[in-house]
Design a protein around this ligand. Structure first.
Ligand SMILES: Nc1ncnc2c1ncn2[C@@H]1O[C@H](COP(=O)(O)OP(=O)(O)OP(=O)(O)O)[C@@H](O)[C@H]1O
Length: 297
């Protein structure tokens, strides 16, 4: 289990990570989501002992990363897939990782196979695409058969097939009791992969919880035969309705409320559903500059 408690990092007067607390439990995949510069990498660097926190703690099964006897056997980490030695082949990279972990070098070929790079093992990493480097980084992280995985932007540079592959791999890892924490600045990349989300903006956690919980209570989506008339009726009834690019209105009321307003005002509705606004909208709202959103439990 990963536990961050009031984790804070300041660089001079600038607070990159501000009072961040969250947990990642065994059997779950947690997405750590936020726009560029939100503080994700700094948090992951504190988690893996590379940057000391200004205050607060982050532990792995109750211990600091630096206190783990053989960290690579407990936590698989990939912080920067692009930073691998370009002159080594994929196989050499994994052999070095195996020897650092005191594992047989044959493990390198097993891992190449696992991440679908068997055919590219003899090529230099400098000639790999970013997606291939991500696969190699994941192979390195999995090398020591850890119970936890920490991956910074693993979907970066991966094509849709690669993302699908990674989703299956991480799901399987978590289903076998593993704990996964992965960061992303693009919700769409991780939405189908994660069970839980921790959203960060400007160094602060703006929301966290199960994916389903975060989607609850998002209002209603309605499409009227005369959108302008429906908008006026909804607004007149005290509801906030926002026109969407697809011609629907996103309303901060329940479908029943919207239906009643439409009935009372004689507006014809051609579509009405629970407003499970795309999580992307929630993400942008929560992390946008205007957002002064309190921390959700
Ligand atoms: N060593 C440092 N010295 C000063 N400022 C830093 C340092 N490291 C990070 N920062 C600042 O802290 C903020 C958070 O950076 P961080 O890399 O954690 O964000 P991020 O969410 O991972 O975004 P990205 O995906 O762009 O890396 C940024 O404004 C960054 O400029």
């Amino acid at each position: 289990m990963i536990t961050a408690t009031h984790l804070t990092k300041r660089y001079g007067n600038y607070t990159a990570v501000d009072d961040v607390s969250f947990e990642c439990r065994p059997g779950t995949v947690t997405g750590f989501l936020g726009p560029n510069g939100a503080g994700k990498s700094t948090t992951l660097r504190m988690l893996t002992g590379l940057t000391p926190p200004t205050s607060g703690t982050v532990t792995i099964d109750g211990r600091h990363y630096t206190e783990l006897p053989n960290p690579g056997r407990s936590v698989g980490v990939m912080l920067d897939a692009a930073a691998q030695h370009p002159g080594r082949t994929g196989r050499e990279t994994l052999k070095v990782a195996a020897s650092l972990l005191d594992l047989p070098r044959t493990r390198a070929d097993e891992m190449l196979e696992l991440v679908g790079l068997s055919g590219a093992g003899k090529r230099r990493v400098g000639n790999y695409s970013l997606g291939m480097r991500q696969r190699l980084g994941i192979a390195t992280a999995l090398m020591g058969d850890p119970a936890l995985l920490v991956l910074d932007e693993p979907a970066n540079g991966m094509d849709p097939e690669g993302i699908r592959w990674m989703r299956g791999l991480l799901r399987d890892f978590a289903d076998r009791g593993g704990t996964v924490l992965l960061s992303s600045h693009l919700l769409g990349e991780v939405q189908a992969t994660v069970d839980r989300l921790v959203m960060i903006g400007h160094g602060r956690i703006v929301a966290q919880g199960a994916l389903d919980e975060l989607l609850v209570g998002q209002g209603a989506i309605v499409r009227g035969l005369e959108p302008a008339g429906l908008l006026a009726a909804l607004t007149g009834a005290g509801l906030t309705a926002t026109p969407q690019p697809d011609g629907t209105l996103a309303v901060d009321g329940s479908p029943e409320q919207v239906g009643r307003v439409a009935l009372a005002s004689g507006q014809v509705i051609v579509e009405l559903r629970e407003g499970r606004a795309a999580l992307e909208d929630l993400f942008f709202t929560l992390t946008g500059d205007q957002a002064a959103v309190p921390v959700a439990a």
